[in-house]
Design a protein around this ligand. Sequence first.
Ligand code: FAD
Length: 410
Amino acid sequence: MNYDAIIIGGGASGLTCAIQLKRLNSSLSVLILERLSRVGKKIAVTGNGRCNISNKDLSIGRYHGENPEFCSFALSNYGTAFCTDFFYSLGVPFISEADKLFPASLQASSVVDALRFECDRLGVEIRLDTLVTDIKRDNSKYSVKTTDQTFICKSLVAAGGLLSGGEKLGCDGGLLSIIKKMGVKTVETTPSIVQIKTETDIVKQLKGIKVDANVTLKCDGKKIRTEFGETLFCDYGLSGPPVLQISRGVAKNKNKAITLSLDILPETSFNDLILMLNDRKKILSYRTADEFFTGMLNKRLGQVLLKISGFKMNEKVCDFDSPRLKKLCSNIKNFEFKVTGTGGFINSQATAGGLNTDEFNDSTMMSKGFKNLYAIGEILDIDGDCGGFNLAWAFASAFCAANSIAGDNK
Ligand SMILES: Cc1cc2nc3c(=O)[nH]c(=O)nc-3n(C[C@H](O)[C@H](O)[C@H](O)COP(=O)(O)OP(=O)(O)OC[C@H]3O[C@@H](n4cnc5c(N)ncnc54)[C@H](O)[C@@H]3O)c2cc1C
């Protein structure tokens, strides 16, 4: 069967591209091939079911890859304002929490519904349970092989995402392999926005405790990135917004010695902390060590910090000596954990790596080597920070491709 455009993947970028394409030229025949039994399964789980759909500040610094500048054109032309208008036209106004944007319904499933309803209204054909297994280019057309049928099209859009969220969300990286086989260069894929695994002896004792900390990722002793926020101790390691935000550096530096360092009291300098603890020693001299941090730090956290600094729990506070108090300050300001890995693709919200952006045009998303082959969304080597940046990229890149295809079919 012949189509003007086939979009592989009915996710955030694929559905948006199809809608924009039909809105620009309603006479085009547009087919979405989706391997799962429903479109937008991943959108439905975003933002813990609330869908952090975009961000007010889509600066390039929030994007990563071999060449983050690649997303500059798309984001400056189809960024927050364009996306807000687009979703408003689908009946989805946005609300904000700080810089993060959400659908006013706070329901990710309603975003999927709105996209789906518009595809129906515009006559976008959607084939569900249809896995694309191969792509061939024959005489300026693409032939797209699926498990039971072959489809032909002039323009082909790869919108299959990558590995984050795992196979139940349709993501196994298979489409990346198919396009790689065609000769398009790729960048190694690694999980991003994911929990970090550490040596477990300490974190296990602190399981369930949350602290507002500055979290720093270090590779071979060099600081890679620091983020502040609520940090959660888990039996496998650490989680929470700052940990997810800096997690990209873990898999990217897997051959280096990686540590996570927590500054539990980021607003207090080391010297002020020494003074504070000495003062505490004077005021609370009658107590035992296990009661030293009562009222200042979480009980279990305080006791663990004391233990790793060499204090015994039944020792009198009046016997605390300076070297160990100094060590205690160091542990509070630099509570260090050896990193052993990440939660993997299945638990990640984004995938770093993918199709090498050098091979694509940054204003159209068209392949430089294969005319009318487009790639949009996560499958390209662009990944954003946590905060609505990845969906914003999926939409912006989809608008670029749709405009190019529509322009080519005037
Ligand atoms: C748990 C979780 C929470 C997230 N929360 C947020 C958030 O709040 N904000 C944010 O900005 N980002 C979030 N993300 C990231 C965001 O969901 C993705 O960046 C975005 O969905 C990528 O869009 P996409 O169109 O490229 O891929 P997807 O949305 O993954 O869509 C790809 C589609 O292609 C289909 N497909 C794949 N291969 C084939 C094939 N061979 N044949 C046919 N179909 C195929 C898949 O089944 C899938 O439906 C989250 C991700 C996860 C996993």
